[in-house]
Design a binder for this molecule. Structure first.
Ligand code: 5MM
Length: 340
C-alpha cells in the first residue's frame, strides 16, 4: 500500500470552499447538548438529529467530510441507507472518532491522557469496512496554575502519533487534534506559549513515528484569550497569533489545518478563520472542523420537534455557508444577521 489514497482523501477533506462537520459527540456529550433543548437522548433522537444534519439540502457544497461517533456510523437514514453511504454518494468523506476519551493522568493532578490505543488496529479495520476513510483523536491540554506539565504534553503527543501511524497503516487519514482548552483565565500570550510547546512536541512525535505528513490533517485550537481572561484579544490579534504559531511548527507538507471551535461563538470562530484566510498565501489549506460553531444554531432551531426540522436544517446550512465564505476570507462581521 502506498500513500496515494491517503493523500487524495486528505486533499478532498480540505478542498477549496469546504470544511468538516464534527458530529462525533460521544453519548455523554450529545446528552449535554440535548439537555439544553430539553430533549431526552435516546438512540432514535440521536439518529433523527444526525439525519437532520446529513440530509440538509446543498450541505455538500460547504462540507467536505463528517466525523461520526461509533453509534452513528452504524445508523441509517429513515429510508434505510447507511449514513456513511448516503454521504459518500454526495462526495462527503465519512470519518470516525476513535479515541475513547480522556482519563485522569496518574501522578499529574488536573491533567488528562487520551485513551484508546489498545485494539485500535482492529477497530480501524472494521471502521474502514463500514466506510470510514479518515479518523479523529483528540488530546486535551488544560492551562492553569502549574499546568500543563511537560510530561502531560509529551504523553499526549506520543499517543497522538501512535494513533496517526496506526491509521495510516490501515489506509485511513488521521486527523491529529491536540486541543489547548480556552476555558481558563489565561491571556492570548499564555495560550500561544502553550500551543507552541504542544505543536512542537506533536510534530516531533509524528516524525519519530514515521507519520506521512502529506496524508494527515491537523485539528488545532486557535491561539485565543481564555474565556475568563479580563482582556479579550481582538479578532485580528487572534488571527495573527494563530498563523504565527502554526508557521513555526507545521511543515508545509501537511495539506491542511482544520480548526476546532472550542467554545467560541459561531460568529467569532467564523470571523477568526476568515481573517486568517485573508492574510495572503499560506503553506497549507486553512479550514474548519467545527462541532458547536456549526451546530448550536441548528440544535436550538430544531428544538427536538418535528416541526423544527426544516428550521434546524436552515440554521446548519447558514453556518456551513458562512464558513465556506471564511475559507477565502470573505466572511465579514454582521453577515450572519443578514444571511437566511
Ligand atoms: C473539541 O471538540 C471537537 C470540535 O468541536 P468544537 O468545534 O465544538 O470544539 C469535537 O470534534 C469533539 O472532539 C467531539 O464533539 C467529541 O467530543 P466528546 O467530548 O464527545 O469526546
Amino acid at each position: 500500500m502506498g500513500f496515494a489514497d491517503l493523500e487524495s482523501v486528505a486533499a478532498a477533506m480540505v478542498a477549496a470552499g469546504k470544511g468538516i462537520l464534527a458530529a462525533d459527540e460521544s453519548s455523554g456529550t450529545i446528552k449535554k447538548r440535548f439537555d439544553k433543548i430539553g430533549l431526552e437522548s435516546t438512540e432514535e433522537a440521536r439518529r433523527n438529529y444526525r439525519e437532520l444534519l446529513f440530509t440538509t439540502p446543498a450541505m455538500a457544497q460547504s462540507i467536505s467530510g463528517v466525523i461520526f461517533y461509533d453509534e452513528t456510523l452504524r445508523q441509517k437514514t429513515s429510508s434505510g441507507v447507511p449514513f456513511a453511504d448516503y454521504l459518500g454518494k454526495l462526495g462527503v468523506v465519512p470519518g470516525i472518532k476513535v479515541d475513547m476519551g480522556t482519563k485522569a493522568l496518574a501522578g499529574f493532578p488536573s491533567e488528562t491522557i487520551t485513551e484508546g490505543l489498545d485494539g485500535l488496529r482492529e477497530r480501524l479495520m472494521e471502521y474502514y469496512k463500514l466506510g470510514a476513510r479518515f479518523a479523529k483523536w483528540r488530546a486535551v491540554i488544560d492551562i492553569g496554575a502549574g499546568i500543563p506539565s511537560r510530561f502531560a504534553i509529551v504523553a499526549n503527543a506520543h499517543a497522538l502519533a501512535r494513533y496517526a501511524a496506526l491509521c495510516q497503516e490501515q489506509n485511513i487519514v488521521p486527523i491529529v487534534e491536540p486541543e489547548v482548552l480556552m476555558d481558563g483565565g489565561h491571556t492570548l500570550e499564555r495560550c500561544e506559549e502553550v500551543t507552541d510547546a504542544v505543536l512542537a512536541e506533536v510534530f516531533q512525535q509524528l516524525d519519530g513515528h514515521r507519520v506521512h505528513l502529506e496524508g494527515m490533517i491537523l485539528k488545532p485550537n486557535m491561539v485565543i484569550s481564555g474565556k475568563k481572561c479580563p482582556q479579550q484579544a481582538k479578532p485580528e490579534q487572534v488571527a495573527e497569533a494563530t498563523v504565527r504559531c502554526l508557521k513555526r511548527h507545521v511543515p508545509g507538507a501537511v495539506p491542511g489545518i482544520a480548526f476546532l471551535s472550542g467554545g467560541q461563538s459561531p460568529a467569532d470562530a467564523t470571523l477568526h478563520l476568515s481573517l486568517m484566510n485573508a492574510m495572503g498565501k499560506l503553506p497549507w489549506q486553512l479550514t474548519f472542523s467545527y462541532g458547536r460553531a456549526l451546530q448550536d444554531a441548528a440544535l436550538s432551531a430544531w428544538g427536538g420537534k418535528p416541526a423544527g426540522f426544516a428550521a434546524g436544517q436552515g440554521a446548519f446550512a447558514k453556518w456551513a455557508r458562512l464558513n465556506s465564505l471564511a475559507r477565502d476570507g470573505r466572511f465579514k462581521p454582521g453577515m450572519e444577521s443578514q444571511a437566511a
